[in-house]
Each structure stands twice: as C-alpha cells, then as structure tokens.
Design a protein around this ligand. Structure first.
Ligand code: AOF
Ligand code: ZN
Length: 360
C-alpha cells in the first residue's frame, strides 16, 4: 500500500478535481503490475495497473488500491466492475471513496463477486494524501494553502511596506512549484497594489494554468497592474461588491478579467460566497499568497487548511511592520490552531516550514 500511495502522488496537479490514486497488483509476493491515475478524464489507477500486469485474469492476485474502486460510469467505466470480471482473490483498499456516486458501492460490488475486501490499510496516509479532494467533497469549498515569506522577527514587509525580497531564490522556486500544482491562487487587492504580482507558475514544470483570484471589495485593482494586463492569457477572477465602480468593472472586463459583484453585504459573507463559488467550479486546492488581511479573514473563518512558510535570516523590526495573519485572531493561547505533520527543511539560506492546520 505504501508503494501504491507513492505512485498516487505522481498525479498531483494533473488529476484534480479527481483524487490521486495508486494501485499495485501482487501475485505470489511479487509485484506484477503498477499504475496511478495520471490525468483528469484519463484511465483510473486500476486500469493502468491491470494493463501493466499484462495478464488475462487476476486469479491468485491481491490488488492494493489507495481509494475504493469506482462503481459508476463517469468519464471512464467502473473499476469495480472490471475487477469483478478479472477475479483477483483479494482487494485491499486504503479508504472508502466519499464521492456520492461511489461511497461503498464499489466495495459492495467486489463483495458480491465473492472477492475478499479489506478496508483501512494506511487509511490515515490515504486521507492525508487526498485532503484537498476530501475537503471539496465534504465542505464544498477548496482546500486552502496559506503561503508567506517572513523575516526571523515575523515581518512580511518593512514599516514602509517594502518586501522585495525577503526569501531567497531557492524559496521562490519552491513557490513556483507550489503554484503549478494548484487550481487557483488567491490574493487580496492590497497585495495586487503593493506588489504588482503576476501570480503565474514559472520554473514549475507543469502545464497547468491556475485561476488567479483577487478579493477586492472596493475594486481597487488598477487596470495597469500586471495581473489585469495579462488577463487575456491567464484566467483572472476579481471578486468585488455591489459598490464597485462600473467604469472600472468595464475596463477590467475589456482586458479579459471576470468581474463578479457579490450581493453579500459583509466582507466575511462575500468571502464565503467566493469559496462556495470556487467549490462549485470544482477548484480543489487554492494557494493564498496574502496579504495579512485576506489570510486573517480566512484564518478567522477556520479555512486555512495548510501552511507553507519561509523564514529568512533577516530582521526588519518596527511595531507597524505587517505580520502574516491579520484578522481578529484568537484571544487565548489555548485557542491556538495547531500545526500537524510539521515539516522542517532548509531552502537555500531560508528555513522552509510546512504542515496542515487543525482548529480543534
Ligand atoms: C478509481 N480509481 O484511479 C480514481 C477514482 O470521471 P471519471 O470516470 O474519471 O471518475 C471520477 C471519479 O472516480 C472521482 O470523482 C472519484 O470518485 C473516482 N476516482 N476511482 O476507482 C481511480 N481516480
Ligand atoms: Zn475507477
């Protein structure tokens, strides 16, 4: 199952909104076939593994698969049916597929065919691997990754708002890799005005073009910003309110931006409406690159699911200099959100920390 999980990760950034799935077929203690879901709309992991095994039936085999084999006709035919026909002795499943169309029906189909089924082997690892898929299925919103670079004294910028550069080139390369694996990148309008970012993956090695999203209640995004000027080539959604200046809406739309005037009245309600809309579009994972205001609003709504933080060996000082997460925050240390699965790495001169966030 560990080998199947390892294989599954190779679909990262290419299969969403589908889950990452890996499959290993074993006969007499020897691996005879392996496969993974490689591309959205393409064959499932089981199909690749069966093809790789190159056998006419699976009698005497154990099939290890990181997700319950599907039972429905989607873009591809049902894997459970295919396995039922090929008759392996045993199918070992890491976790049930929470997708409404499947949810236990794949396992049922295998049992019906008198195939032995075990569920839950490496279940926690499988759930961690597909946390974004699970978030989209259960909360109907994207899995949100907060990313920032800060000085050792926890500053995002100097007291004058200057931030180029905090992290080193190696860390900036990691960020481009992260960008190339997500479906969307979100920032607040303050970040667009202060940093004029392009928010596209470069040096990432993937062909994916994430949707760029700007949270901009006052519609401050100037049509001269790089983000607006490149909207014909890179999809851009600007999420604003009913107060938005119609002339500016028109200017941004002319450049290719999608401008959505949310009817919701409060900032929090508009943010929730945005996350719901992104979920509806099946945006599975969303990278938030700041600023402190947007990260704070997401944190207060308990919507930051994972963090990637670069700490540079520099000090800015300054009581007015911004720190990464604004908003209200918690009042007691005992109310702190906790970071699980803490990864601590070096990235050039910086320290690179990442982990998932738990609010309870
Ligand atoms: C599997 N094996 O490797 C994957 C599964 O539209 P389709 O046909 O590609 O089906 C997508 C759904 O199939 C997806 O939402 C999830 O429930 C399941 N994914 N199932 O047996 C796989 N990727
Ligand atoms: Zn399938």
């Amino acid at each position: 199952m560990n080998q199947a999980l390892q294989l599954a990760t190779r679909g990262k950034g290419c299969v969403e909104p589908n889950p990452m799935v890996g499959c290993v077929i074993v006969r007499d203690g020897v691996i005879i076939g392996e496969g993974f879901h490689a591309k959205y709309g393409g064959p499932h992991a089981e199909v690749h593994a069966i093809q790789n095994a190159n056998v006419t039936d699976l009698r005497g085999c154990s099939v290890y698969v990181t997700l319950e084999p599907c039972s429905h006709h989607g873009k591809t035919p049902p894997c459970a049916e295919r396995l039922a026909t090929l008759r392996p002795d045993r199918v070992i499943v890491a976790m049930e597929d929470p997708c409404e169309l499947v949810r236990g029906k794949g396992i049922e189909r295998l049992l019906e065919a008198n195939i032995q089924v075990s569920v839950g082997i490496c279940g926690a690892e499988a759930e961690k691997l597909n946390a974004p898929y699970l978030t989209l299925q259960s909360r109907h919103r994207p899995y949100i990754i907060g990313k920032w670079a800060m000085t050792t004294d926890g500053k995002l910028a100097t007291r004058c708002g200057e931030s180029f550069w905090i992290s080193g080139p190696e860390s900036r390369k990691v960020v481009h890799e992260l960008r190339s694996q997500v479906d969307g990148i979100i920032v607040g309008s303050g970040t667009v005005m202060a940093d004029d970012p392009l928010l596209t993956p470069r040096d990432g090695g993937s062909n994916k073009i994430p949707l760029r999203v700007v949270v901009d209640s006052q519609l401050q995004t100037d049509p001269n910003r790089q983000l607006a000027r490149s909207a014909a080539d890179f999809p851009t959604l600007i999420w604003t309110s009913q107060q938005a200046d119609p002339n500016r809406v028109q200017a941004l739309q002319k450049l290719g931006c999608e401008v959505y005037k949310s009817p919701a009245l409060s900032h929090q309600a508009r943010l929730q409406a945005l996350l719901t809309e992104l979920g509806r579009r099946r945006c599975t994972n969303l990278l938030c690159e700041g600023g402190a205001g947007l990260l704070g609003a997401l944190f207060d709504a308990q919507c930051i699911d994972e963090v990637h933080v670069f700490i540079a060996p520099k000090l800015f000082g300054g009581g007015e200099a911004l720190t990464p997460i604004g908003g209200n925050g918690v009042s007691l240390p005992s109310e702190a959100a906790k970071i699980k699965d803490w990864n601590v790495n070096r990235s050039g001169e910086d320290i690179y920390l990442s982990g998932s966030v738990s609010y309870h």
